[in-house]
Design a protein. Structure first.
Length: 265
């Protein structure tokens, strides 16, 4: 009688795959630390047979993530790593270049200031500074927020090419987060047109009751809007009137970050 168990095989296959990924990442970390390493050194570091280390290095080499260093049989990181790093470099630059400006904005406006970027159907916050007047310890960093219900999300939507924006809005659920959330696509598009006209976006109790926010676009060196800087605070203090009064301050801050990113416009 056979002891074959499909579930066990699937589980073992899955475990083996995860182990291979873990080992491959370890190989990259070893090369990053050492600069160069031979097959025997890599095998010893990750405690595998030389043939396994050779296969791992071969797979990574095929993807351009490692390369052989001349005739010495040593391996080093390949330029494929640069390609992967390039996918996040822009976001890192935005945070680094935006930090001093956000600190100044938080001090001047007195409220919480965030930098957010587009991630699929959401705005994700990368960096936050709490102003002296901030009344809560809410940390928005890393949080995914709906595009249609936030000032940052509206900025990111408003400056997308028409075709991309239409596709994104069509695919989005446009859930009603509060009684003030815009859920009609025609109404949202009208709001976004006003955002482009004024150069900033606002959200009044659209994400949370009692929370108001305003946001402005950040451009990269090519002139594309790659992020939004926002200021948010309690509605009793950040009133509709005050939101629009503060708009020039926030827009100027966004322009400073854009210039630090290489934008000359």
């Amino acid at each position: 009688m056979s002891n074959y168990n499909p579930a066990t095989e699937t589980s073992n296959s899955h475990s083996g795959g995860v182990q291979s990924v873990d080992r491959a990442i370890s190989v990259l970390e070893i090369l990053a630390h050492r600069g160069e390493a031979g097959v025997s050194e890599v095998a010893g570091e990750i405690d595998v047979h030389k043939s396994t280390a050779f296969r791992l290095l071969g797979a990574l080499e095929a993807r351009g993530l490692v390369e052989q260093a001349g005739e010495r049989g040593k391996y080093r990181l390949g330029f494929g790593i640069v390609r992967l790093a390039g996918a996040v470099t822009g976001r890192i630059d935005i945070t680094q270049q935006g930090r001093p400006v956000c600190e100044d904005l938080a001090e001047e406006i007195g409220e919480t200031v965030n930098i957010a970027v587009l991630q699929e159907h959401y705005a994700v916050n990368l960096y936050q500074v709490r102003g002296p007047g901030a009344v809560t310890a809410q940390n928005w960093v890393g949080q995914l927020t709906p595009l249609h219900a936030t000032s940052s999300g509206k900025v990111l939507l408003a400056y997308l090419p028409t075709k991309a924006r239409t596709a994104l809005v069509t695919q989005s659920e446009m859930k009603k987060v509060t009684s003030h959330t815009i859920t009609a696509k025609t109404k949202l598009e009208k709001n976004l047109a006003e955002v482009r006209e004024r150069g900033y976006a606002w959200a009044m109790e659209e994400l949370e009751i009692g929370l108001h926010a305003i946001a402005a676009p950040i451009h990269d060196r090519d002139g594309e809007v790659v992020a939004a800087v926002s200021a948010s605070g309690p509605s009793y203090r950040l009133t509709e009137e005050r939101l629009h009064e503060l708009a020039p301050v926030l827009v100027k801050g966004a322009e400073k970050i854009s210039h630090r990113m290489g934008y000359l416009g």
